[in-house]
Every structure is written in C-alpha cells, then in structure tokens.
Design a protein around this ligand. Structure first.
Ligand SMILES: [Zn+2]
Length: 365
C-alpha cells in the first residue's frame, strides 16, 4: 500500500519534526533546528542529508552571521511529492492536488446528479482522480477522500446514518484502491478539513475544533496535538447534540438537534437564529473540551460568515466572561471551498510524513 516506504519510527519522529518546521516556509539552519528539536547538530546533519537524498528538502544558499564559516540554509521542496484529495458531497465531487506543503496546485470538479447510485458515483470519483493524477509534479503518494459522516476510516467504509443510505457499508476505500491502484484514505469531511488546516499551520492547532457547515453540521477535534476519533470513529458529531429540547425533528429520530435547528432556521431565512445555534454549538465544544482555537468552514458557513463569526465571538465573550485566563481564537478557514478536498490530500501527506504522535489511524492494510 505504501509507495514510498515508511519513515522508521525513531528516525521518523525527528525527520517529521524537521519537515514540520520547514513547512512553515522560512529556510532553516542546522543550529536552529538542533535547538528546536533538542538534538545535536550532528544528528540534524544526518536528518537533513536523509531528507535531501529523498528529495524532500534542498539547500537554499548560505548566510553569514559573523566571522567563520557561512551557515547553509535548507528548505522544503514543495513539488517533490503530491497527493490527490477528493471531497464527495451531495451535489458534487470537488478534487484537488496538493503539494508537500499542502498547497493546492490543481483543481477539478464534477457535478452529481440526484439519484446517482454508488456505482455511478464511484465512476465519478475515479474519473476525477485520474484527471487529477495528471496534474502537478513529484511523486504521487495516494488519494484522500473526505465525505459526510458517519465514516469508519479504519474500515474504509461510510456508515450511513440510515440503512437506506446508498453508501451504507459500501467498502468504498477498497473499491477505489482496486480501480485506481494507489493508496487511498477515507475519512469524515470535517476531520479531513482539520488535518489539512493543521498540516499547513504546524503547531498552531494543538487544541482545536473545526466546525463544518456543509449539507449538515459537524465538528472535528484535535486535543493535545492528536486528532480525536473515538471508539466508533464518530467523535465530533455535534450536529446531533440537542440544543433545543422538544425542538425541530431530526432525521436521526430526536428533536432539537443542532443540525436540524440550524437548517430549519436557514430554510426560514432566519440567518440570525442559525448563527445563534452555531454559536451555542461552539460554546458547548469549548466548555466540554477546553480548545483554544475554533476554525469555521464549509459552504453554508461561508455564505453566512459575517453573522456566524459575530455570533460565535459574542457567545464566547459572554460564556467565558468570568474567566479572563481562558482565550479562544475563532477563525474562518483560509482554504475556502477547497477545505475538505485539500484536507483529504493532507491526510495522505500526514500519513507518510506526519509526526508519529499525530498519526490519525491505523495504516490501511
Ligand atoms: Zn439528530
């Protein structure tokens, strides 16, 4: 399944840490890396030469900080590797190619016709993947697919909320592997999105929630630097937590679920109430999990982003007003509609080159 060979765990942790520092964009020097990683400059030299031999990093000139030998700088080589990311939603397949830094270098989108069966949708997914495989430079590592939950990423199958869901228990990952002959990762859309955000901003989102408003409303969580999956790969399903007892019926069978209330408010044109529901969800997450960053994203979020950001910030200010030591930053994803597709591609990159402590699940096969 692995085209490049895994980094071994011990060397891998340090190699991955150097790559994470380099992903921030500035050229790096041996001494600075040795300080940051608390290892000897000789060890850093070995790591840099190993990463350079694999084409992941390269020399980036020299700099003189005084008398003596000039210092060699190194930088990441974005075009050395690439991964395909696909986002499957109800209306379209949105795909990207991301380079080693997670930057999007190509896009491809195909609409979905309502009523398409899994066999037809599989054809759309493989067609988009083949189109994207031709774009960008560097070794192609594999394909990540983000889709609405529930998704069992270790089994590589969507678990439809209803058994009538056409995707329920379809072995989607294995079907894609068979068709495309490349490694495939399957994940919940909001989790893919958060992996992508943290891949491109190493170290920033160590205790964070990403709240996604697409067709549904969901969240993903990264706590103490590790993605949270839960016993059934369902952690973060905030859309089905109740915010209004006896409220609007939800397809899950309960009443007053956040997702049902949010959609009902938007359908009535009551954007302010929808933003209030969202804000309640975010404050509940902050209270429950003590995250210090909340990323908001998704097509529905972008369509109402000003009202949403205002309501969330207000709710946090009111909800945490007695706790001046608690700071929570709320941000809108910078990736726009690429959020999930780019995140799915970054999950492949993270699987190959991420810090072992941040590995997000068992290796496929
Ligand atoms: Zn529900």
């Amino acid at each position: 399944m692995r085209p490049t060979g895994p980094l071994d765990r011990v060397a891998g942790a340090h190699d991955a840490a150097v790559l994470a520092v380099a992903r921030r964009g500035e050229p790096v020097a041996r001494a600075g890396l040795a300080d940051a990683l608390q290892v000897t400059p000789q060890a850093i030299s070995k790591i840099l030469s190993r990463l350079s031999d694999r084409g992941l990093m390269e020399e980036a000139g020299t700099v003189s900080w005084g008398p003596g030998k000039p210092t060699t700088l190194y930088r990441i080589v974005p075009s050395s590797r690439r991964a395909i990311g696909l986002h499957l939603s109800r209306s379209r397949v949105h795909g990207v190619v991301a380079d080693l830094t997670g930057a999007v270098v190509a896009r491809h989108e195909v609409p979905i016709t309502p009523g398409d069966e899994p066999a037809q949708l599989l054809g759309l997914l493989t067609g988009a993947a083949r189109e994207l495989a031709r774009a960008g430079d560097g070794e192609l590592l594999g394909l990540g697919l983000g889709m609405p939950g529930p998704v069992d990423s270790s089994a590589g199958r969507p678990r439809g909320a209803a058994r009538s869901d056409p995707w329920h228990d379809v072995p989607l990952r294995d079907l894609l592997v068979e068709e495309l002959r490349m490694p495939v990762l399957l994940d919940h859309d909001s989790r893919a999105a958060l992996v992508g955000e943290s891949w491109s901003q190493p170290g920033l989102l160590e205790n964070a929630a990403l709240v996604l408003a697409e067709d549904g409303l969901g969240a993903s969580l990264r706590l103490d630097g590790t993605m949270v999956r839960g016993a059934h790969s369902q952690a973060g399903e905030v859309g089905h937590t109740v915010v209004q007892l006896g409220g609007v019926p939800c397809p899950c069978g309960r009443r007053g679920c956040a997702q049902a209330e949010y959609r009902a408010a938007l359908d009535r044109g009551d954007d302010a109430l929808a933003a209030e529901v969202l804000a309640a969800v975010v404050l509940n997450l902050v209270r429950l999990l003590d995250v210090d960053r909340v990323v908001l994203g998704g097509r529905s979020m972008y369509a109402h982003h000003a009202a949403s950001m205002d309501a969330v910030r207000r709710a946090l200010a009111e909800g945490l007003h007695g706790e001046s030591w608690v700071h929570v930053e709320v941000m809108l994803s910078t990736r726009g509609v690429d959020l999930i597709a780019a995140g799915a591609a970054c999950e492949v990159l993270e699987h190959e080159y991420g810090l072992p402590t941040a590995l997000v699940g068992p290796s496929p096969e």
